[in-house]
Design a protein around this ligand. Structure first.
Ligand code: ADP
Ligand code: MG
Ligand code: MG
Length: 883
């Protein structure tokens, strides 16, 4: 087996294609060598060697030591020095580098090969004694920390102590002789703390460092990082051993990091920082303030410290040319590390740079416009999930933040408003145009209208999948959930945070992207939906096959979704239309009625309200398809719960509290999710479905007249398991349609279909399709019913499942392709077999999840439907799926 790959002097055994074997850093070092760029020579030990090490009880493979020794001879030849040689010692850096960039790994060890003897040779050779001892002390600090496990603070204390004693402010002020004394203290401390001396043998140092890189693959930090980022432990890490170049060799030396484009705005300008007479991580460590690389950036920053461009014009010019070359070569923005040794530039790393969502859009659009990448590549390069950041107002990064509490970043975006403690107040305030933040311990379905009215939602209890979080994300309303430090006293209308008491009416700001709660109003940046965003969306739309609809029932949501490019409504949940104001009262009267006649009387009050809701939706959608789901939740959800509430409600509807309490008890179910809901309601109480159908058809007639565009409503029957259920409900709908047609004299076109959200429905889809003209996969319920897991109770154990590797992703977030997905696939095929032109879509939350959207495309669904703020994400994901 070949365990070692060499690079240096314009050639390399590996290349960028060998990322899996050589790690990202090693592969790109090889690639830069092959391009003829100035890279210090070195070698890469393959990730396979690391895998072997773990397969064999942490032993190194035979032949590895010899291969490294041979490669080092070659490195020495190129560098003109010999590793371990007392006269002309070769110094090395030992750098970890996995396939994916991994901050959890071992820190780099620099200046390896120095000891009490070679340090003198380095001093002689460079003619700079201070440099030699500065390098030595750095090496001791890093090696003792990273390889020997000694806390780095031990050294910092000694250094601070000595600097104070000597009256020096900066490390660069410390003289050679002073470093020598500090080193003596370091050495003594190592023996004292660890009981062993610092290794003087360069070979022992080298193998200590290499083994430490391998061992760090399994340290706690790395394991956690891998779990969080889905990186398999089986990959292993490569090790790069490379000749040192020195940025700390006086005032013509420097070290720095740069991006070929601005990583926060995407602007096509070199962006980076450097430090003169410094090494390694000094630039990012914050010990000294780094300087700008370009003159333009220096001027913009208003700094009087010279730029690299001014200070070392030749090295700068070469660096600029290399930046352009690498960006063209990799066809992407690069993140670079470099060092200048006595005026000579060396490249130490290149990789695709991390960037903000905004920068990603600009870079992709600019590169496509320049012909560097194709439009399809530009579309592929944007992470759909990242768009979420761009669709909401955000807090101005320059604004001061007075943080009074923090919770979970439950729904992105920022919002400012007055504190209100109840949904009723939120609704009242919104009517008069006041902006409010709804503050609750937690929220429940009765809070929906208050949540809609509020600019933002803050809860002191509940996680990322709490009611508040899920609903807020669906509505695109910023939300901070589970801010445990808050004391909410809704009776006294106060909120205590960090000892500060706030009252109803006081202004706060939420940052739903970070989970922060801020006092007062804070400056915001508004989202930018045209420009680069609009361009990428246009290219995405030209590419995708699937349509994208939205889940919406309020006019505000429907309008927002249209502005985000929704091509219709895939799910209008009519129950949400029954919670508002008078409606809930009529709804409760209906539920409390003893007989059909009483129910019909109450429903008659609801009819005009529903009709006007639908007219508005049809008008907003201007002829685009609208799928309306008949009443789905169990009726008890509309009834009060506590004794207090029952008494209050009883008074409003004019029944006794006893009677209401009794009805509440009757409607109690042990497992409402599997209870009297969905089409089961329409079968028990057909008059409810009939009222809804009438409202829909009358609205269609009215909206067709007002907009001039034909309206073809799609009526969706929920929770069908038996074809006979659908037969029953469809017959009622058809009968109502006939009535409306003869009453209005207008011909009506409409579709009746069903949600597929029970395994039985999926299995019997061929029979159901004889009745249903469309299927919409309700994958939230289908996931619950397929797994037999209740979503509301799942968070406690699904987390454990993920941690223990039983499942990779939460099936409520990304569709379980093997199980739930298989049912969707089967149902689609069966549905099409019966009815070739059957319309197929998905309306669960998966409709806005990029991985699930890809699956939907692969099985040929006609559309996905998702909450308004996820529409752009779905458009982009659908395009990527089609490429
Ligand atoms: P990370 O993966 O944390 O960026 P690196 O292996 O890139 O770690 O090393 C960190 C820094 O150490 C580099 O940015 C560079 O400044 C310095 N460094 C690494 N190798 C060398 C080298 N051969 N010569 C000089 N400096 C080096
Ligand atoms: Mg690096
Ligand atoms: Mg459902």
């Amino acid at each position: 087996t070949k365990w070692v790959y060499s690079f240096g002097d314009g050639q390399a055994e590996g290349s960028a294609a060998d990322r899996n074997l050589l790690g990202g850093k090693g592969a790109n070092l090889a690639e830069m060598c092959n391009l003829g760029l100035p890279v210090p020579p070195g070698l890469t030990i393959t990730a396979d060697a690391c895998v072997w090490y773990y397969d064999h009880d942490r032993k190194l493979p035979d032949g590895l030591e010899q291969a490294v020794a041979d490669a080092l001879v070659n490195v020495g030849k190129i560098a003109g020095r010999t590793f371990g040689d007392p006269e002309k010692p070769l110094l090395l850096s030992v750098r970890s580098g996995a396939r994916a960039s991994m901050p959890g790994m071992m820190d780099t060890v620099l200046n390896l090969g120095l000891n009490d003897e070679t340090v003198n040779a380095v001093a002689r050779d460079s003619g700079d004694e201070r440099f030699a001892y500065d390098s030595y002390r750095r090496f001791i600090q890093m090696y003792a920390n990273v390889v020997m496990g000694l806390d780095h603070e031990v050294f910092e204390e000694i250094l601070e102590d000595e600097k104070a004693r000597l009256g020096h402010e900066l490390d660069t002020d410390v003289s050679a002789g002073e470093w020598r004394e500090i080193i003596a203290r370091y050495m003594a401390t190592i023996v004292e703390e660890l009981g062993v001396p610092f290794p003087q043998d360069p070979h022992q140092q080298l193998w200590g460092a290499i083994s430490a890189v391998f061992a760090s693959w399994m340290n706690a930090r790395a394991i956690t990082y891998r779990q969080l980022h889905d990186i398999p432990a089986s990959w292993g890490t490569a090790v790069n051993v490379q000749a040192m170049v020195f940025g700390n060799l006086g005032d013509h030396s420097a070290t720095g990091v740069a991006f070929t484009r601005n990583p926060s705005t995407g602007a096509n300008e070199l962006y980076g920082e450097f430090l003169v007479n410094a090494q390694g991580e000094d630039v990012v460590a914050g010990i000294r303030t780094p300087q700008s690389i370009t003159e333009a950036a220096r001027i913009e920053a208003g700094s009087d410290r010279p730029s690299l461009e001014k200070l070392m014009p030749e090295a700068f010019a070469e660096f600029l040319a290399i930046c352009n070359r690498l960006e063209h070569h990799y066809r992407d923005m690069q993140d670079l590390e470099f060092t200048i040794e006595r005026g000579k530039l060396w490249m130490l790393q290149t990789r695709s740079g991390k960037r903000t969502a905004k920068a990603a859009l600009k870079i992709a659009v600019d590169m496509a416009a320049d012909g560097l990448i194709t439009r399809e590549e530009a579309v592929i390069r944007i992470d759909p999930a990242s768009l979420d950041q761009l669709l909401h107002p955000t807090i101005d990064p320059h604004a001061a933040r007075d943080i009074i509490a923090s919770g979970l970043p439950a729904s992105p975006g920022a919002a400012t408003g007055e504190i209100v403690f109840t949904s009723e107040e939120a609704v009242e305030a919104a009517k008069t145009g006041r902006k409010v933040i709804l503050v609750r311990v937690e929220t429940s379905p009765e809070d929906i209208h208050g949540m809609h009215a509020a600019e933002g939602i803050l809860t002191s209890r509940g996680g990322m999948t709490s009611h508040a979080a899920v609903v807020a994300r669906g509505m695109g309303t910023p939300c901070v959930s589970g801010a445990g430090g808050l004391r909410i006293d809704s009776r006294n209308q106060t909120l205590v945070a960090l000892g500060v008491t706030l009252k109803a009416g006081d202004v706060i700001t939420l940052d739903g992207s970070t989970g922060q709660v801020l006092k007062g109003e804070v400056a915001m940046l508004q989202p930018e939906l045209s420009g680069d965003f609009g361009q990428i969306m246009e290219w995405a739309d030209a590419t995708r096959r699937m349509k994208v609809r939205t889940n919406a029932e309020t006019p505000a949501d429907a309008r927002a979704a249209r502005s985000f490019g929704a091509e219709g409504i895939g799910l209008c949940r009519t129950e949400h239309m029954f919670f508002d104001g008078d409606r809930i009262t009529a709804m409760r009267e209906m539920i409390l009625a003893d007989a059909e006649a009483g129910r019909r009387a109450a429903l008659a009050k609801l009819l005009p309200m529903q009709r006007s809701d639908f007219i508005e939706l049809f008008e907003i959608m201007k002829g685009l398809p609208v799928t309306i789901r008949l009443l789905d939740p169990p009726l008890h959800e509309f009834l009060p719960k506590t004794e207090e509430e029952i008494a209050e409600v009883a008074a409003v509807i004019g029944v006794t509290a006893d009677k209401l309490g009794q009805r509440v008890d009757e409607l109690h179910e042990f497992n409402p999710m599997l209870g009297h809901r969905g089409c089961r309601l329409a079968i028990s109480y057909p008059e409810i479905a009939e009222m809804q159908a009438r409202a829909i058809f009358e609205a269609a007639v009215a909206a067709a007249k007002s907009t001039g565009a034909p309206v073809v409503p799609e009526i969706m029957v929920p929770l069908v398991g038996l074809r006979e259920e659908l037969d029953f409900v469809k017959a009622r709908i058809d009968a109502v349609a006939q009535e409306v047609i003869s009453e209005s004299g207008v011909e009506l076109e409409y579709l009746v279909g069903t949600m597929i959200e029970l395994p039985r429905a999926a299995i019997r889809a061929h029979a159901i399709a004889e009745v249903a003209e469309f299927f919409s996969f309700g994958t939230n319920d289908l996931t619950q019913t397929t797994f037999g897991i209740s979503r509301d109770d799942a968070s406690s154990f699904l987390m454990t499942y993920q941690q223990k590797g039983i499942i990779e992703t939460d099936p409520f977030v990304t569709i379980d392709i093997d199980g739930v997905g298989e049912l969707v696939r089967i149902a689609s095929e069966k549905g099409r077999a019966t009815r070739p032109d059957i319309k197929l879509g998905i309306c669960g939350e998966h409709g806005g999840d990029p991985a699930s959207v890809r699956f939907c495309d692969s099985i040929g669904l006609d559309y996905v439907s998702c909450s308004p703020f996820r529409v752009p994400i779905a458009r982009l994901a659908a395009a990527q799926a089609a490429i």
